[in-house]
Design a binder for this molecule. Structure first.
Ligand SMILES: *[C@@H]1O[C@H](CO)[C@@H](O)[C@H](O)[C@H]1NC(C)=O
Ligand SMILES: *[C@@H]1O[C@H](CO)[C@@H](O)[C@H](O)[C@H]1NC(C)=O
Length: 125
């Protein structure tokens, strides 16, 4: 069977911390994430790592940014409703509060998954 061997390239960028309306300043946080692009073949799966250090995270999110586009929400911790059609049934992430991680699991990669991925958190006040 023909196997399309073109590559999907995922760039991972540092976590963004949401501005909280009740805080005058954005709280900074640090994360450990892969610094090299993840390159995979079409239909392969991968885990994009996201770890945070804030004591408490109120909500965790994954965003995608296509070239020349604004970041788009693709997955949030508390809702499956935001997942865009192109990613439906292919994304999952679970918040491990002990490890403080929110790794994104992408399955059955397609070329259009090539983009920049952001892990974001909204801090608990
Ligand atoms: C979270 O991570 C810890 C440490 O790796 C592990 O022991 C635990 O089973 C994980 N919890 C969940 C819900 O996966
Ligand atoms: C990623 O998701 C797929 C599909 O739900 C699942 O089969 C696979 O075990 C997951 N991988 C990890 C490392 O959790």
């Amino acid at each position: 069977m023909f196997y399309n061997c073109l590559y999907v390239c995922l760039h991972i960028i540092l976590l963004i911390v949401f501005l909280s309306l009740l805080l005058e300043m954005t709280r900074a946080d640090s994360v450990t994430q892969s610094s090299h692009p993840i390159v995979l073949k079409q239909r392969e799966s991968t885990i994009i790592q996201c770890a945070y250090e804030t004591a408490l995270a109120n909500g965790l999110f994954w965003y995608i940014q296509d070239p020349n586009q604004a970041p788009q929400l693709i997955l949030s911790e508390h809702s499956q409703e935001d997942i865009p059609k192109r990613f439906q049934h292919r994304l999952s992430a679970s918040h491990n509060k002990t490890e403080k991680t929110f790794h994104l699991n992408i399955t059955a990669a397609v070329l259009s998954d090539s983009a920049t991925y952001f892990c974001a958190l909204s801090p608990t006040l």
